[in-house]
Design a protein around this ligand. Sequence first.
Ligand SMILES: O=c1ccn([C@@H]2O[C@H](COP(=O)(O)OP(=O)(O)O)[C@@H](O)[C@H]2O)c(=O)[nH]1
Ligand SMILES: O=C(O)[C@@H](COP(=O)(O)O)O[C@H]1O[C@H](CO)[C@@H](O)[C@H](O)[C@H]1O
Length: 487
Amino acid sequence: MKDDSVRTVWPLVSQPTSGTPVIIKAFDEIDDLEEHRDRIVVVTDGWRHGPVAAILRGGLSARAVLEVLANSGQRDVKIFHIEEKISQLEDIFLSSVVTPAHTLFDSVTINWRRDPSIYELVKNIGGEYEMLFFGAPLATSEIVPFYRHIKEVYHGSVTIVRAPMVDFDFDEGDEIYRWVRERTFESSDFSLPAVLSNYKKKLGVKVAVILPSLNEEKTVGNVIKTALEVKALGIIDDVILIDSASTDATVEIGRSFGIPVFQHAEIAPELGAYAGKGEAMFKSAFVTEADIMAWVDTDIESITPRFFYGLFGPLLTNASIRFAKGYFARPVRIEASGLELGGGRVTELLARPWINMFLPELSGYIQPLAGTVAIYREDLLRMKIPVNYGVEIAMLIQAVNNGGLWSTCQVNLGEVVHKSKDITGLSEMSFQIMQVLAEMCNFSTKENRQNILRRVYSAHGHIELGSKRFQTVWRDYTEDICRARIR
Ligand SMILES: O=c1ccn([C@@H]2O[C@H](COP(=O)(O)OP(=O)(O)O)[C@@H](O)[C@H]2O)c(=O)[nH]1
Ligand SMILES: O=C(O)[C@@H](COP(=O)(O)O)O[C@H]1O[C@H](CO)[C@@H](O)[C@H](O)[C@H]1O
């Protein structure tokens, strides 16, 4: 039922500063929004006189909210923003909202908040405002559900503004968008240990957590301790440390917890031994018979039990899901300088651009390189595994190629603070990942393959050339014995 008293005519919206046409709609008139993809769409309960605020996350629609307010005669703006843990999203808020707001209004008030959700925020501050403005959700179909949810906790006038759709191709027809919505989970979706152990009993599967380590004495103990806490809940059967010849106290610390500790070089020695994280993950299959295998990096400082039951929760509760990869907010500290930077630099500078160019079916993955992964053993045994840092992307590509995108998923595991490499270390990691990507995309052949990473230094008037060989060794599992094939 429309409350006509509040549906006073919207203030005359003068021509928007950007020249983008605006159309105003009530919430029960938005079936034809697809016809207005090139316009700013204002969906509203109607204009009310009195205090106004905008709750904005960032992005094109958030920017459009500012434009509509400015062109409706507002000279000051009050913005509420729930602080993002992912630094890239915070950057988007600053560039798409904070900066333009100061050019559009005489005064701008920005309240950074830490409410657990938009609905809690509206509950906490809504009573002070006659009107609340929001940027539209990505999909048009979400506008009315979002509106109804807000109206459960707010009785003022709600206005949702949608930017022109010209830049978005996130629509219901976009399979990646649908996959992101239906295959992206919160670890809290699976945080009830009773639920998981019950599912586990029903499925009768065994779960092993394998912890790859290389000189992680500072963090490995806490990772093992947390894994054992979850094991005590009856959700994990094996916790195993596979070490890569650490020279610090990593192995002693592992042994002090009474868990199985292996040097990957000593596992299946008849297969030889190679350096690399992928080698440790490849040889995991020889030290456990578990049906589900999960790996968690041992350099994670911020480990919590949710890393474990969040990660294999989807495999235990949805029979169609056979592969799960964690994702997380990633503030990272560069050990040498202690400088805080946004983590995932190889992801953002190499993996994500490559995926979007050549492997778009993977573009819904938030952290395609994350080392926190769970997979069914039988699916792992069908894969070929590079022994180097390319292991994560290689497993992801094969999980999707072998089982289909919808047999895979991603889980929000919270925040990961982990030690990280300097730029040279990241460059070498990138080279290894690029070698694997080039090979898996059939760009790299025996004839044109490059295994040497050269680095030329110019210092104090003379040139130095350093080079390092990175031979990609692929491992695969065969019925009788595994074989290493150097390419
Ligand atoms: O040869 C190796 C290299 C790395 N790692 C482990 O793999 C995880 C991720 O490695 P790293 O920290 O080097 O990568 P980053 O976290 O910087 O991406 C960590 O638990 C390392 O201890 C390993 O087990 N063997
Ligand atoms: O995501 C990334 O860009 C790299 C480097 O992360 P940082 O920039 O050091 O936070 O880390 C990931 O990639 C590695 C190679 O696949 C994995 O071994 C790591 O587990 C993963 O964190």
